[in-house]
Write a protein that binds this ligand. Structure first.
Ligand code: GP9
Ligand code: MN
Length: 584
């Protein structure tokens, strides 16, 4: 009914065209509508949420991830274009089986007026209806109506900037109050300064999920190097992704700011023109040389704006890595690390170096000579098998990188962090056989808790000795955990929405975009609202069982929304970058 009204309006408008333009009008409208719906289906398959016009800003990236897009194409989608193909055949054979009838224009005008009034009524009615879950919202409001409402209600325009005169200390106090935390003085914090003055080396693992850690297939460890590293590290196995539509770049943003990413657009695109007092700036002020390495072009995800916004001194992008040893989107992780280590060896110390791996990017097809696992036949040709091979390679390349750091004498005076940027597999991309493989690997059906769970590993060579920490955490918590270990006070200097995982005994992880606004994970449940809190769904994160009585956790729901709103407001209060122009 809702769609019908808009479609009727479009058809009516075409009918108002002069007779000779009508068939072309119908044909063009058909192609546009079909392509719109096909793109929405594809987007939902990849991101699990309904796209809005903001997705158009990412169109430039589609060719770079064409392998991913192609792997998602289902031949059945072509059926959507069947009518267009048939029409073309008739057109070419000049035998249209039906004439374009002449309709009384008065009737058309009346119908169009009725359709306009109805569409307007529907639009106005749904303007005031707030449904947290975008898929449900699009279903309820009608997809075309939903798209128009998003254009009308630009989500970024609804946020009011925070008072720019508030100091970081005041904002951090507000955050602690919302969370119900008391700020612990630095000298009382566990492990404060345990890595003081050391180099900081961070590796962000592409699509790297926690279930890979310690996993064995056919008697082989999938991640032998990380498993070994964990024996000398602090390992946080209950940490969850918090990225939004900017995926990899959002994870980079969160690591460096401890702020929530934007919910409607890649953060680097939406607010990359702001000036953040972020980790690179903080470490620069502490005498560090700061740099980031990624074997893609800076233009992808608008990093040419994001990196200066965060304050990195240097960014090493393509073409530094050449065009040899290509895996998926670009040069392999081995190339990334080899080029990187040459630069680190020459760099002034202490340095902060961030590495963004890429070889294990969706659709996880890596060259045969890099497939180090001997997998049983049933994994062949499955995305699960490809994923395991790709992450096994990620782990191997990382192992070689660590060996090189050791050989160069850089390892022992560094602190090393590893985490995953976001999930790699989700149930919607798995067929029945692949879901069975996941169940076989995990010992239980693959759930959203498994999907969003990423590892967080912190190694301070000579200091950490293999300890597992059971606290729940999120990507926003990485920055305060790191600065605590470096012994750098941040309460009065850097606004952070995450908390130091070494000095926390309770935590709630807010997530939006991949889950509706207000979704959270706490020590007990994973929760997502549907229309609102009361009709939400909750599962026990330890057993996967549905939780009916979750009403006690309303405080977590309200808390994460309040924190996300405050983070958005804070970002909007930041000054624009001076020389916000992109780097040459
Ligand atoms: C692109 C790479 C992949 O530069 O980082 O990004 P993703 O598609 O995972 O966001
Ligand atoms: Mn990624």
């Amino acid at each position: 009914m809702l769609e019908g009204c808009y479609i009727f309006l479009i058809l009516g408008l075409i009918e108002l065209l002069p007779q000779r333009f009508k068939s072309a009008g119908y044909f063009i409208a058909d192609v546009i509508m079909t392509t719109l719906f096909a793109s929405i289906i594809l987007y939902v398959a990849y991101f699990n949420t309904v796209p809005t016009y903001f997705a158009l800003f990412q169109l430039g990236q589609v060719s770079a991830i064409s392998d991913s897009v192609i792997s998602l194409l289902n031949p059945l989608y072509l059926l959507m274009y069947l009518d267009i193909a048939i029409l073309l055949v008739f057109k070419w054979s000049k035998k249209l089986p039906f004439p374009t009838p002449k309709v009384d224009k008065r009737w058309v005008r009346t119908s169009v007026t009725v359709a306009v009034i109805m569409a307007f009524g529907i639009f106005v009615y749904y303007k005031g209806v707030d449904i947290a879950n975008p898929v449900l919202a699009a279903e309820n409001k009608g997809i075309l109506n939903y798209e128009l409402l998003n254009i009308y209600k630009n989500p970024s325009a609804t946020v009011k900037p925070l008072d720019p005169n508030l100091t970081p200390a005041e904002i951090n106090e507000k955050i602690a109050k919302i969370k119900g935390n008391t700020i612990i003085p630095d000298h009382k914090k566990a492990m404060f300064g345990a890595a003081k003055g050391r180099n900081v080396i961070i590796v962000q693992g592409e699509s790297f999920q926690n279930f890979l850690i310690g996993l064995k297939v056919n008697g082989q460890e999938v991640t032998p190097n990380l498993n070994r590293l964990i024996k000398h590290s602090l390992y946080f196995p209950h940490v969850f992704q918090q990225v939004g539509p900017g995926n990899t770049s959002d994870a980079e943003f969160i690591m460096n700011t401890s702020l929530f990413p934007q919910s409607y657009s890649a953060t680097s695109i939406a607010v990359g023109n702001r000036h953040f007092y972020a980790l690179p700036r903080l470490l620069s002020d502490e005498g560090y040389e700061t740099m980031t390495f990624h074997a893609d072009e800076l233009k992808f995800w608008n990093r040419d704006e994001l990196y200066p916004a965060l304050g990195f001194d240097h960014f090493y992008e393509q073409p530094l890595y050449g065009n040899k040893d290509i895996v998926g989107l670009g040069p392999s992780d081995d190339v990334l690390y080899s080029k990187g280590i040459d630069i680190l060896k020459k760099s002034k110390q202490p340095f902060y170096a961030m590495f963004i791996s890429m070889s294990s990017h969706h659709p996880y097809k890596i060259p045969e000579d890099k497939q180090g696992l001997d997998l049983p036949k049933r994994y062949e040709g499955t995305i699960v098998g490809d994923y395991l091979q790709a992450q096994h390679y990620t782990d191997a390349a990382l192992g070689r990188f660590i060996d090189k750091l050791k050989a160069a004498g850089l390892w022992k005076n560094s602190i090393f962090l590893f985490y995953g940027d976001h999930f790699g597999l989700d149930n919607d991309m798995l067929n029945r056989n692949e879901r069975a493989l996941m169940q076989e690997l995990l010992g239980h059906p693959y759930t959203d808790v498994d999907r969003y769970n990423i590892p967080f590993i912190v190694t301070i060579p000579g200091v950490t000795h293999g300890e597992e920490r059971n606290i729940i955490g999120g990507q926003l918590d990485f920055l305060p955990t790191l600065t605590n270990l470096l012994g750098i006070p941040i309460e009065n200097r850097l606004v952070h929405f995450g908390q130091d995982l070494l000095n926390t005994d309770s935590n709630t992880i807010g997530m939006r975009y991949y889950m509706p606004k207000g979704s959270f994970i706490n020590e007990h449940i994973i929760f997502q609202p549907n229309k609102n809190f009361d009709d939400g769904t909750a599962y026990n994160i330890w057993t996967g069982e549905p939780v009916k009585d979750y009403k006690n956790y309303r405080v977590d729901y309200e808390r994460v929304i309040e924190l996300e709103n405050l983070s958005d407001a804070y970002i909007l209060s930041l000054p624009h970058q001076i020389n916000a122009n992109k780097m040459p």
